[in-house]
Design a binder for this molecule. Sequence first.
Ligand code: HEC
Length: 131
Amino acid sequence: MIKTWYVGVVVAAVFLIVAACGGGETSAPAHDDGSLTDAGRELFTSQGCAACHTAGGVGADVGPSLDGLFGTQRELASGETVTADAGYIMESIKTPAVKVTKGFPEGLMPPFDQLSSNEVHQLVHFIESLK
Ligand code: HEC
């Protein structure tokens, strides 16, 4: 009897520890999302994107406004229509001349291919937050 009681306590203790750790892990990604967006916002200023684009109501209108861009359909100069998803935005940052937004001049936006994929990822998070 004593042994059975002991096993029960150990099992309960292990269960509580696992549950506590699990709870800690689920809150981590939410924190990461916020910091990726913040890092992207800083890059948007430090890389000079704001000299040509409006984001959060501020910036210039040399290029298309990025407010509300994420997830919408974009018409390209080629006549194609694409969805402005993460892949399209990454491509637009690294190689803007591949898909030129209709109504805007090709070659005006320099390719930001010197950015690390991590930095591009942060910019995409920031642009996604401008919905
Ligand atoms: C010298 C001006 C200029 C700078 C600097 C610039 N862009 Fe652009 N950008 C443009 C123009 C013009 C277009 C539209 C023509 C094209 O697609 O190349 C564009 C297109 C885009 C698009 C596609 C938008 C759409 O409506 O489909 C995204 C996303 C974008 N830029 C993000 C950025 C980011 C992020 C930066 C900074 C790392 C940046 N741009 C810096 C001028 C600029």
